[in-house]
Design a protein around this ligand. Structure first.
Ligand SMILES: C[S@@+](CC[C@H](N)C(=O)[O-])C[C@H]1O[C@@H](n2cnc3c(N)ncnc32)[C@H](O)[C@@H]1O
Length: 332
């Protein structure tokens, strides 16, 4: 006879979910994943490499094994496959900086009960403050999340063979789309619209990649800057839709349609929710982050995007999965 009685195990793990944020953030702060990858495979060796206490290091290792991020066999530790791919510090796809950033965000959620009552931020919002220094910390940390997506989008758009195209990246952040695509296509040019200090960060990345001569920045607010008319072959809007409310997204999509050449493509990347609000889990959970940080943001349904895009005059709209929890939407 099978035991169908529910147990409290899952609820206890989730209720203590901040353990995961703390353990991963602390491990990343001490570059533990990189030391594991380099062969330090015991608490003693790791503590010596990281300059941490043996007790603290062993406790982190126990927690990481509990989370399934590190494996232990005969007293030797090693990164699990996804940890090796996405948490080893200093690699292009490493989310370790994001893990450290999230450690600092933990306290914000203690205000969630009041935020839910109020329907938005109860102290200063993050998104609506012009030129918020928050972005400078965020954009480099999330570049690793966008890196695999830029590759998927490049394939879908045949960027490498597209010739002398002109790209606009709205809220381009680290500049990761421009960097990847200008490297792939030596005839392409790209313009990034973002706040001035963020554009300075992007310029450094583009210079490091040797493509800064084909990269231009426009400093300013994406709500008020004129995107131009029929000027671009590709316009990118990556991880911006979730910070905006429905009206702003609809308004911006109409401006994008005007800014695109007639055969141009609008590329949206975001955490898209199923129309019946049943999933996927990451987009559903991420909405709470936007409730805390923005006045009108959220995670939007496929049907919301289709409605805004059709209203703006786009006809051919397709959705594409990516290696991240984000979905790519292409509209022409
Ligand atoms: C979540 S990040 C996304 C960065 C990048 N597109 C990516 O997907 O990796 C949001 C970006 O939008 C920029 N941003 C937010 N609000 C803005 C506004 N009102 N005007 C201009 N840029 C803005 C931020 O500075 C930041 O670079």
């Amino acid at each position: 006879m099978s035991n169908t009685q529910p147990t409290p195990d899952r609820i206890l793990q989730l209720t203590n979910g901040y353990w995961a944020t703390g353990i991963i953030g602390a491990a990343a702060s001490h570059s533990l994943f990189a030391h594991l990858e380099s062969g330090a495979d015991t608490a003693v060796l790791l503590a010596a490499e990281a300059g941490t206490s043996e007790r603290g290091t062993q406790t982190l290792l126990n927690g990481l094994v509990g989370l399934g991020l590190v494996e232990v066999l005969d007293g030797k530790y090693r990164n699990a496959a996804d940890t090796a791919a996405y948490l080893v510090e200093g690699t292009p796809t490493s989310l370790s900086d994001l893990a450290i950033l999230k450690l600092g965000h933990m306290g914000e959620l203690t205000e969630l009960p009041q935020i839910v009552s109020a329907g938005g931020p109860v102290t200063e919002p993050t998104v609506e403050v012009a030129d918020n220094p928050h972005w400078e910390k965020l954009v480099t940390a999330i570049a690793a999340m966008s890196t695999p997506v830029t590759a998927v989008a490049a394939e879908l758009l045949h960027i490498a063979d597209a010739g002398p195209i002109s790209i606009l990246d709205i809220g381009g952040g680290s500049g990761i789309y421009s960097a990847t695509w200008l490297e792939l296509n030596p005839a392409a040019r790209s313009t990034q619209l973002d706040w001035a200090p963020v554009n300075a960060i992007a310029r450094r990345l583009l210079a490091d990649r040797g493509v800064a001569d084909r990269f231009t920045c426009v400093d300013g607010d994406l709500h008020t800057v004129d995107f131009g008319a029929a000027s671009y072959d590709v316009v990118v809007y990556s991880h911006i839709a979730h910070q905006e409310g429905p009206e702003d997204n609809a308004e911006i999509f109409a401006k994008v349609r005007d800014a695109l050449a007639p055969a141009g493509t609008f590329v949206i990347c975001d955490f898209v929710v199923d129309d019946d609000l049943s999933g996927p889990p990451f987009p559903l959970l991420f909405a709470s982050e936007m409730l805390v940080k923005s006045k009108n943001g959220g995670t939007w349904r496929r049907g919301d995007y289709v409605a805004w895009l059709e209203k703006a005059g786009f006809g051919d709209i397709t959705f594409h999965p990516t290696p991240s929890p984000a979905t790519l939407i292409l509209a022409r």
